[in-house]
Design a protein around this ligand. Structure first.
Ligand code: PMP
Length: 423
């Protein structure tokens, strides 16, 4: 039963049982209205209250400053790979348009567009730091949308590591473009178990507040650690790990990328510049203007996310710092158990970049990795420790140590790791 197992799946992930109990009731009859939450209109007052509260609770829990907008989106983390390109390249174009108009001192639109086309060709760059499978996918999406000539690889972690992920290249080797439309990194690589230990100093804002436009995918570690939100222009994440159920993604965007500061270029201008036109559903300014309700949003999924946030706020008076301390404690337990048996386990990433959320390792006992891992998974399952199989692309074992895994769950796994090694 649900009470017996500890589920370490990477996403969709285990959700707190009390939240699901509330949600199952809400699905049948929300607050005595006779209608379930998935049946109520997304235009109803109760739906906008659910959105409003979830946004406010997220802002409280993470200390999101007031110059940021939070929106709910619907195309998953993968949709955000595209959305980040469209919206931040659009903002770059808007800035260049204004700058050129000023430089050449004319409002002759065709002269501005000619100069702008040249500037796009010579100066437009988006920067990607590739540290695992997900930042690689995001990079590939940027290449698909813009063409390779506009996409710069700042660093590729596979290069100095036998073609495999597991490190973060030293920042002194990073090749950042001058005035990139944005610099992208994935804070926690779910497949490869690589997490940035802290905000990269190479991307830090300067004293005068200027600096790179930073985008980060935090799909698999959001809500688990404190983040210096104001260092980022855009943070996005799918809900289905630490926040809630599959079906919504969240974007936290600096308001200075939205109207009235910046208005996205028109489709006709983008066409003249040879740049892609975003689907309307991926345009942040449209979604923000419509309070995340440009089209039918799954209010049920926002409700679950909201309940997870309320539970976190009830549990930790010191908000995300409290959860972070627990996440670190659980991760330490599991990593220490693995480190105690170096002849049986090999932790995949380098120590300094090990993820607190996705703990990736190989079982090398008796030299036959395949067999040892099969035995490990079989034995773990018989002890009700499930969802431990690594991603199909890399194999091995992955213990996803998300917020919903209780301390006792991590203790059970650590004990099992020890016992399996000794058996
Ligand atoms: N980024 C990261 C870090 C992920 O772990 C995932 C999915 N596991 C994605 C992006 C893609 O998310 P989705 O499946 O919601 O498109």
């Amino acid at each position: 039963t649900r009470a017996d197992i500890t589920y370490f799946g990477a996403g969709p992930a285990y959700l707190p049982t009390d939240v699901l109990e509330l949600a199952s009731q809400a699905l049948l009859d929300y607050n005595g209205t006779g209608l379930g939450i998935a049946e109520h209109s997304h235009r109803s007052e109760l739906a906008s209250n659910i959105i409003k509260e979830a946004k406010e609770d997220l802002a409280t829990y993470l200390d999101i400053p007031s110059d940021y907008e939070t929106i709910f989106m619907q195309a998953g983390g993968t949709g955000e790979f595209a959305a980040s390109v469209y919206n931040l390249v659009g903002a770059w174009v808007a800035r260049q348009h204004a700058a050129i108009a000023k430089e050449i001192g004319t409002d002759d639109e065709s002269a501005i567009v000619d100069a702008l086309r040249k500037r796009v060709e010579s100066d437009l760059k988006v920067d990607y730091i590739i540290t695992g499978s997900w930042s690689l996918k995001a990079y590939q999406e940027a290449v698909r949308l813009l063409g390779p000539e506009y996409v710069n690889i700042v660093a590729d972690a596979r290069k100095a590591n036998d073609g495999k992920f597991g490190k973060i290249p030293d920042q002194s080797t990073w090749k950042l473009s001058k005035d990139a439309a944005f610099v992208y990194f994935c804070d926690n690589e779910t497949v490869d178990g690589v997490e940035f230990p802290e905000f990269p100093s190479a991307l830090a804002p300067k004293e005068d507040g200027t600096g790179p436009i930073v985008v980060s995918d935090m799909s698999s570690n959001i809500l688990s650690r404190r983040i210096p939100v104001s260092n980022y222009s855009l943070i996005f994440f799918g809900a289905q790990k630490n926040l809630g159920s599959t079906g919504v993604a969240v974007a936290i965007l600096k308001k200075s990328f939205l109207p009235p500061s910046v208005t996205q270029p028109s489709p006709s201008l983008l066409r003249k510049l040879g740049l892609p036109i975003p689907p309307i559903i991926l345009q942040y300014e449209i979604i923000a203007k419509n309070n995340s309700l440009y089209n039918t949003l799954s209010i049920f999924d926002v409700y679950i996310a909201g309940q997870v946030l309320k539970k976190l706020l009830r549990t930790y008076t010191d908000k995300v710092d409290g959860q972070q301390a627990v996440a670190e404690k659980k991760a330490n337990l599991i990593y220490s158990a693995l480190e105690a048996h170096p002849e049986v386990y090999k932790i995949v990433p380098e120590k300094s970049v090990r993820s607190k959320m996705n703990i990736c390792f190989r079982v090398t006992k008796n030299g036959n990795v395949d067999e040892a891992e099969k035995a490990f998974l079989k034995e773990a399952t018989s002890q009700h420790l499930t969802g431990l199989k690594g991603h199909r692309s890399v194999g091995g074992i992955r213990a996803s140590n998300y917020n919903s895994i209780p301390l006792e769950g991590a203790e059970k796994l650590a004990k099992f790791i020890d016992e399996f090694a000794k058996a």
